[in-house]
Design a protein around this ligand. Structure first.
Ligand code: NAD
Length: 380
């Protein structure tokens, strides 16, 4: 019978947990034994007693005996290298392991002979949608980014006709129309804003327009970036320069800019320069979701709000942690969708021929399988 352990997250500011009481119930029904570290769900609104009531065993965080007996460790972030050494050789960890340029993780997995599934690398195929943790968390980030912007803005979002006269709707520009960007568009529209969207993938034009926003066609220059597997590839510097020039006028008229443009494993494209910020009106707000990857906007800093001549620059890292209950519930369901086939018939078996498993299995019993990912370095 496979033994699952759900860890108490130790990363600073992390409020999520990798299993909800509902998903613990599901794992038990699949024939697994489930242990959870005390307090693991507290910040997400799931108290220990509820996990106990559904049949989980509550254990002391970091207990060596439990770690040593664990077959499958469910986590949001990778445990520390010291904790990884407590797992027995052949055990598997699953989570958002941030593999890009994380050579320390690769070394720890190798020396402890562990298997590891990094959810960031799940292939973007239809079958993987229910397991796609990047999407479930990006959706939350897009939603919350707009709420932060609305709270910081010196204006209303909706058009209002009042006894004191009419108020024009806020003008919102969303950069990048992936999962976070599209949710930002939908949320800003629900609040009544007029929304403009820039993306390099022409396929998103229709999606943007179906949400009632206006698409800013990418600049017509030769080096337009390709896409692969649904992701944009990195744009050339010439393309980005043309894009900044095109966006400069849009931003000068904007009340809010939500930055979500990213290229996996790379530094985020720099779409807003100092000169562009100089043209924005005091009172405007920029929320940069790409801040941890270097930022779409100049001068944004992770977790900080910078006032730049009256323009508020919000470096919005870790937004899913600000909605921990739903973020955890959805993340937990993603893990069930991924692991249900792995845990069938009361056995844990990783079918490395399966496209989903093969795509995200970065280490198999300590053998590193995605060296290219570990060596990407998050560079330009
Ligand atoms: P992402 O977070 O990697 O990037 C966000 C957006 O930034 C993308 O739309 C990208 O095109 C855009 N971008 C990159 N460079 C830009 C630039 N210079 N200017 C403006 N925009 C730029 O994206 P994501 O949310 O992970 O989604 C990527 C794609 O994968 C989408 O088409 C999404 O629908 C698809 N997807 C598929 C599945 C599935 O089928 N299982 C699951 C999730 C997402």
């Amino acid at each position: 019978m496979p033994r699952l352990l759900i860890q108490l997250e130790s990363a600073m500011g992390e409020t999520r947990v990798a299993a909800s009481p509902d998903t613990v119930k599901k794992f038990l029904s699949l024939g697994s034994k489930v242990a959870i570290e005390r307090g693991a769900g507290l910040a997400a609104g799931f108290v220990d007693a509820v996990y106990g009531n559904v049949g989980a065993e509550l254990v002391t965080p970091g207990d060596e005996q439990f770690w040593g007996q664990t077959d499958l460790l469910l986590c949001v972030h990778a445990p520390s290298e010291i904790s990884l050494q407590k797992l027995r050789p052949g055990a598997t960890i699953v989570g958002l392991l941030a593999p890009y340029s994380n050579s320390a993780l690769a070394a720890a997995l190798k020396s402890a002979k562990l298997s590891a599934m990094a959810l960031e690398l799940l292939p973007r195929i239809s079958r993987a949608q229910s397991a796609d943790a990047l999407s479930s968390q990006a959706n939350i980030a897009g939603y919350k980014a707009v709420l932060l912007a609305a709270a910081a803005l010196d204006r209303y979002f909706p058009m209002l006709m009042t006894a004191a006269g009419t108020v024009q709707p806020a003008r919102v520009v969303v950069l990048g129309a992936g999962v976070a960007g599209l949710q930002a568009v939908a949320t800003a529209k629900r609040l009544g804003a007029v929304v403009y969207v820039s993306d390099v993938r022409s396929a998103v034009k229709e999606q943007v327009e179906s949400l009632g926003a206006r698409f800013i066609d990418p600049p017509e220059i030769e080096q337009r970036p390709d896409e692969s597997g649904g992701y944009a590839k990195q744009a050339s510097e010439a393309f980005l320069a043309a894009q900044r020039e095109q966006l400069s006028n849009q931003l000068a008229q904007a009340d809010v800019v939500i930055c979500t443009a990213q290229v996996p494993g790379r530094k985020a494209p720099r779409l807003i320069s100092d000169l562009m910020l100089d043209r924005m009106r005091p009172g405007a707000v920029v929320v940069d979701l790409a801040v941890e990857q270097g930022g779409n906007c100049a001068n944004t800093r992770p977790g900080e709000t910078v006032d730049r001549n009256g323009v508020k620059l919000i470096g919005a890292s870790d937004l899913p942690c600000s909605v921990p209950n739903h973020a955890s519930a959805l993340y937990s369901r993603n893990l069930v969708a991924l692991l249900e086939p792995v845990l069938k018939d009361g056995q844990l078996s990783l079918n490395i021929e399966d496209e989903l498993i093969a795509g995200c299995l970065i280490s198999h019993n300590g053998e590193i399988r995605h060296n290219n990912v570990f060596n990407m370095g998050g560079s330009n």
